[in-house]
Write a protein that binds this ligand. Structure first.
Ligand code: C2E
Ligand code: MG
Ligand code: MG
Ligand code: MG
Length: 284
């Protein structure tokens, strides 16, 4: 009887843990302490120049190692951080850490690598956000052209005064702006030009269709053509296969990011790639 009860308890407990993990509201308190408890870390994913094969940039991607539930995806906790307002402190932690890392790589003798940081709309609604960027650049010593902020289409489409003011001031600092997940939201190229956007990152859902699907091929080719006419750079997201890379190369995409080259990785794991400075096709 006791054994049976124990077994049941165990199952119920396991079931409860599952439910906890699936209910973001219950993670709120834990997320509140995640920074001070050292549970957040940044992984970096290389962005590869498709002409030279060189590592042209790194995207900082946030990771949360929860003591009970293990790894929790940013797809789950970033929306929670946005709802609760925790994104303001988490976002600042990410920016500072990423800028310091990029500068550290320079100091270790590597060629300067542009650091891309994901920015939530909530952060661009902070009145002093551009001043915060300035102070992080000052503190880290990172040159502004080596910082790129990734914003989504819906963020840049916001006709909100604070957002416009921040984007304008950030561009004036010499920091770059890219549009993340391009093609998945409602977009207007005139807005892109208004803020002098530097980079379009084509969403992985389009890249996934390459090279075989006519639709993905036509859309990707058209986006690259428009972007280049407007003097913007194009990065393809989610490149997993060699055929996709070859196809992107043939339609003159500038750079690519994806598991084919490297998953998001720790600083230590990236060391050999940084030492080579380029992606070596033969290694795959
Ligand atoms: P994102 O900015 O579009 O980042 C790209 C996502 O695609 C990452 O997911 C990355 O791990 C994944 N990915 C990279 N290569 C491949 C590939 O070849 N195939 C596939 N299927 N996926 C690939 P991740 O790290 O889970 O991040 C998810 C999203 O969470 C990010 O999408 C970004 O919107 C958000 N995020 C991550 N870190 C931060 C952060 O520090 N701040 C904010 N505000 N958002 C963040
Ligand atoms: Mg991104
Ligand atoms: Mg993206
Ligand atoms: Mg995405």
């Amino acid at each position: 009887e006791a054994k049976r009860a124990g077994k049941n308890t165990c199952c119920i407990f396991a079931k409860e843990m599952e439910d906890h993990a699936l209910q973001p509201a219950l993670l709120e308190n834990d997320l509140h302490h995640a920074i001070e408890r050292g549970q957040l870390s940044l992984y970096y994913q290389p962005i590869i120049d498709l002409v030279s094969g060189e590592v042209s940039g790194m995207e900082a991607l946030l990771r949360w190692h929860h003591p009970e539930y293990g790894f929790i995806s940013p797809g789950i906790f970033i929306p929670l951080a946005e709802e609760t307002g925790l994104i303001h402190s988490i976002g600042r932690w990410v920016l500072r850490k990423a800028c310091l890392q990029s500068k550290r790589w320079q100091e270790e003798g590597f060629r300067p690598i542009r650091m891309s940081v994901n920015i939530s709309m909530k952060q661009l609604q902070e009145r002093d956000f551009h001043q915060h960027i300035k102070s992080i650049l000052d503190e880290s010593g990172l040159e502004p052209q080596f910082l790129e902020l990734e914003v989504t289409e819906s963020t840049i489409m916001q006709n909100e005064q604070t957002v416009i003011e921040n984007l304008t001031q950030i561009k004036a600092l010499g920091v770059r702006i890219s549009i993340d997940d391009f093609g998945t939201g409602y977009s207007s190229l005139s807005y892109l030009k208004r803020f002098d956007v530097d980079t379009l990152k084509i969403d992985k859902s389009f890249i996934h269709d390459l090279p075989d699907h006519h639709y993905g091929h036509v859309i990707t080719t058209a986006v690259i053509s428009i972007a280049h006419s407007l003097n913007m750079n194009v990065v393809a997201e989610g490149v997993e296969k060699e055929e996709q890379w070859k196809c992107l190369e043939s339609i003159k995409c500038d750079a690519a990011q994806g598991y084919l080259f490297s998953p998001p990785s720790s600083v230590e794991t990236l060391q050999p790639l940084l030492e080579t400075g380029r992606w070596n096709e033969r290694e795959t």
